[in-house]
Design a protein. Structure first.
Length: 286
């Protein structure tokens, strides 16, 4: 499929989401890599070879992608056309419910059987399950970290963790704790790096060789990479690659944050100058 064809399909798909301006197409290479828009979308992969797809769940980057994955042709069999993977349809812990009650019995095109803890490092599973099958949404690192911090530190949140508030009283201290989480998630064998639990000891700067491996695995192992900030375009590209039509339900946020970040994103000044350099490089590659 040519890049022009992809752009045409995106234009058709966006009829379901009027807010996506035509200008977004011109900006696509800035928000999504040319590797994604050309090499991957042009047919460099065979859809049949990519199945079963294997989702890597980066925290606060878009659990809603499960709805789109479930409705791709050949992924799930006999599920309701109006199924949305969210709390209204599958309960409070809808992700777990989808994996066990929907995906495992009904979705041969999506691997839900070989997953450990949510958000876990994928190193042990990469070669056998992720390589050539991986799919994931990537979010700008500082925005993702602030969203994560809000989720676990704001009273009233279902995921409120008083211990986290006590141990990491500022968003910067939390950011330093989870630094390089995505790069570590791609490379380490144990722990949940985006939560600051690493199989290789305390978090901190990701070593150059480890970051290089993370990039290599992203380039070679993932058949679809989306950008949270370019959600509409990402969903349309997913359909351009794997078929099927976009629907309005795919543009719903199944797990909105406690604090709205608005169109311009969270104010990063509260990070007091912190920049996640390693995950920034991963994001740029995505």
């Amino acid at each position: 499929m040519s890049l022009l064809s992809v752009m045409y399909l995106v234009g058709v798909c966006t009829s379901h989401k009027a807010e996506l301006a035509v200008g977004d197409l011109d900006e696509a290479p800035q928000g999504m890599s040319l590797l994604q828009l050309t090499t991957k979308a042009s047919g460099a992969i065979q859809v049949s070879d990519a199945f079963p797809l294997k989702w890597m769940h980066i925290p606060k980057s878009g659990t809603s992608i499960l709805t789109s994955l479930a409705h791709l042709p050949g992924v799930c069999e006999g599920i309701p056309e109006d199924l949305i993977v969210d709390e209204d349809h599958l309960g409070t812990f809808f992700e777990e419910s989808f994996m066990t009650s929907v995906c495992q019995p009904s979705c041969p095109g999506l691997d839900c059987h070989h997953s450990g803890k949510h958000h876990a490092a994928i190193g042990l599973e990469y070669e056998e399950y992720y390589k050539g099958h991986g799919v994931s949404m990537f979010r700008q690192p500082e925005q993702r970290i602030i969203s994560h911090y809000n989720m676990v530190t704001i009273p009233g949140s279902r995921w409120y963790e008083p211990a986290t508030v006590s141990e990491y009283p500022t968003v910067r201290s939390f950011a330093e704790h989870v630094e390089g989480g995505v790069a570590r998630m791609l490379t380490e064998n144990f722990g949940s790096p985006c939560f600051g639990t690493s199989g290789l000891g305390p978090a901190g700067k990701v070593p150059a060789d480890q970051l290089a491996l993370a990039k290599k695995r992203l380039r070679e192992g993932f058949v679809f990479v989306g950008i949270t900030e370019k959600w509409d375009l990402s969903i349309c590209l997913l359909h351009a690659m794997f078929g099927g039509e976009c629907s309005a339900k795919e543009f719903e946020n199944s797990r909105p944050g406690m604090v709205s970040n608005g169109p311009s994103g969270y104010d990063t000044s509260e990070l007091d100058g912190f920049v996640d350099e390693a995950d920034g490089e991963i994001y740029q590659l995505a």
